[in-house]
Design a protein around this ligand. Structure first.
Ligand code: SAM
Length: 214
């Protein structure tokens, strides 16, 4: 089976799933009346979003992922759990700028984003200044972003972005650690990548930033 065929099959699967949001109207319909809208951007195979949804049935969770074959795996996980509070959008976050209403999102989770180590590729990162400003715009007043990475360089890149003149008055760091699992990891919902890095005994860098001082 060729890659194109696999991709087409994944897209067909998603299109036929009740968990799939392919229009802004469907997104608005799903999230209306909710003041707890949470996004996971680049959710990968879905271990984190499915557990988070299961533990927070009063929140509406939206998974955003740009690769259909990966999103299909996440959708299958929530189908198995028969969750009603989670939906998925197949897209690059950069193409969803007109989807989310300003000040409407309570939490954004970005777990192990691709590091794009070469400078000429920094613009593809999920934590560029431009995207952080966009997240600021859509977050509600008490809104927060939760970031995990195994990459020290990416972690420092975010901290530097947060200190720039465009962002320094906007976000406050409410939690910052260079070894998330050092003390206790019982309550931490782990992603597929996180489990891989923990097996390799790599430290996990963690950052929680809020739109207003909590
Ligand atoms: C390194 S993986 C991590 C997956 C998962 N969060 C985890 O921790 O196991 C990064 C994921 O982000 C997705 N991704 C990268 N850039 C994206 C973008 N601009 N919009 C949506 N998804 C993106 C990739 O397709 C990939 O599945």
């Amino acid at each position: 089976m060729g890659r194109v065929r696999i991709k087409k099959e994944a897209k067909d699967y998603l299109q036929n799933s009740i968990y799939f949001l392919n229009t802004k109207d469907k997104y608005q319909d799903f999230t209306k009346k909710s003041n707890k809208i949470w996004l996971e951007i680049g959710h990968g195979k879905g271990k984190f979003i499915s557990k988070l949804a299961l533990n927070n049935l009063d929140a509406k969770l939206i998974g955003i992922e740009k690769i259909a074959t990966i999103q299909e795996k996440a959708v299958k996980k929530v189908e198995k759990l028969e969750l009603t509070n989670v939906r998925f959008i197949l897209a690059d976050i950069n193409n969803l700028k007109n989807w989310f209403t300003d000040s409407s999102i309570e939490k954004i989770f970005i777990n192990f984003p691709d590091p794009w180590p070469k400078k000429k590729h920094y613009k593809r990162r999920l934590l560029t200044k431009e995207l952080l400003l966009y997240y600021y715009q859509i977050l509600e007043e008490e809104g927060r972003i939760f970031i995990k990475t195994d990459q020290r360089e990416l972690f420092d890149y975010v901290l530097i972005n947060l200190k720039t003149k465009e962002l320094k008055q906007k976000f406050f760091i409410s939690e910052k650690t260079v070894d998330l699992h050092q003390l206790t990891d019982e309550k931490i919902i782990k992603t597929e990548y996180e489990e891989k890095f923990l097996d390799l005994e790599k430290p996990i860098y963690y950052l929680e930033i809020s739109k207003n001082k909590l």
